[in-house]
Design a protein around this ligand. Structure first.
Ligand SMILES: Cc1ncc(COP(=O)(O)O)c(C=O)c1O
Length: 311
């Protein structure tokens, strides 16, 4: 059983979880009119820290602007402080942190004018995104029969709750077929991303990933690109086709929930040696060190939840 927040930050104050509830006639519940973030706190030598907190909160406000929540009664600083408070006051060391801005009240029409937004921040312990075996050896994945969003249908740069119907279709189909994850193609037929992760290909020691145009600008993606380039590896952002995935030496996905996970098989074709590849393993381990405060170079990515007292 996962441990959930006993205290939830609702509209500016921490309240007990049972008070952090919304009425049935909440517009967001009916139309997916909410934007959210997924962040993680990790245990570090300086106590729990949220990885790339400021960047996540900036993306939350960008998602709101893209969707059209134009006047919000909170600042980014308040959401940053609220996120740290949720981790700290619930006594979490490692947890997933979820801020959500939602259409809370006003009317039940399909129009954001006259809607009052609400903002909640909760956290929960989320261990084991995949089985230890899949983590060590890599995932088995399929290319989804569902297409990723066209960027002028649903905004792919916004973590809009309604967007995730598409991910749920793909992930459910994938699970029913017996796979661990689905890879989605964009409306032109090029490779886009996973259902909640960005995708990378390794071929002849060069790392490739689709350009940012059609996908969510993942913060793990950005961190992995930085780490890979710091290792002296070449990273190219360019269009990728489905068959390029089949002949990759290594494939991996990355995201806040998944971290860095190899793909060992795609559409029944073994990828590379059919196990997690060496570059994927190196990046996954370096990413783990970065999020847990083990790499001096990346300490700026950590926002500590407790005040740091000088020794
Ligand atoms: C569709 C999609 N792509 C990519 C990602 C990875 O983004 P991040 O690394 O910022 O978690 C996510 C997760 O937020 C996602 O939902």
């Amino acid at each position: 059983m996962n441990l959930e927040s006993k205290l939830v930050w609702m509209n500016g104050e921490l309240v007990p979880q049972e008070k952090a509830v919304v009425p049935f006639l909440t517009p967001a519940l009916h139309y997916g009119t909410a934007v959210f973030e997924g962040m993680r706190a990790y245990g570090t030598p300086q106590g729990p820290a949220i990885f790339r907190l400021k960047d996540h909160v900036t993306r939350l406000f960008s998602s709101a602007r893209i969707f059209g929540f134009l006047e919000l009664p909170w600042t980014e600083e308040q959401v940053i402080a609220g996120s740290k408070a949720v981790v700290r006051e619930n006594g979490f060391i490692e947890c997933y942190v979820r801020p959500l801005i939602f259409a809370a009240s006003g009317h039940m029409g399909l129009n954001l004018l006259g809607i009052t937004p609400g903002l909640g921040i909760a956290a929960w312990e989320w261990k084991g995104f995949v089985s230890p075996e899949a983590e060590a050896k890599g995932l088995r994945a399929n290319v989804s029969s569902f297409t990723r969003h066209h960027p002028n249908v649903m905004m792919t740069k916004s973590k809009l709750a309604g967007n995730y119907g598409n991910s749920v279709l793909a992930r459910t189909e994938s699970a029913r077929l017996g796979f661990d994850e689905a890879i989605m193609l964009d409306p032109t037929g090029l490779v886009a991303e996973g259902t909640g992760e960005n995708l990378f290909v390794v071929r002849k020691n060069v790392i490739y990933t689709p350009h940012r145009t059609m996908v969510l600008e993942g913060l793990t993606r950005d961190s992995v690109i930085t780490i890979a380039r710091d290792f002296g590896l070449e990273v190219r952002e360019e269009p990728l086709t489905r068959d390029q995935l089949y002949v990759a030496d290594e494939l991996f996905v990355c995201g806040t929930a998944a971290e860095v996970l190899g793909i060992r098989e795609l559409d029944f074709r073994p990828i590379g040696t059919g196990s997690r590849g060496p570059i994927t393993a190196k990046l996954a381990e370096a990413f783990r060190r970065a999020v847990t405060g083990g790499e001096k170079k990346y300490l700026d990515w950590l926002d500590y939840c407790k005040a740091i007292v000088a020794p």
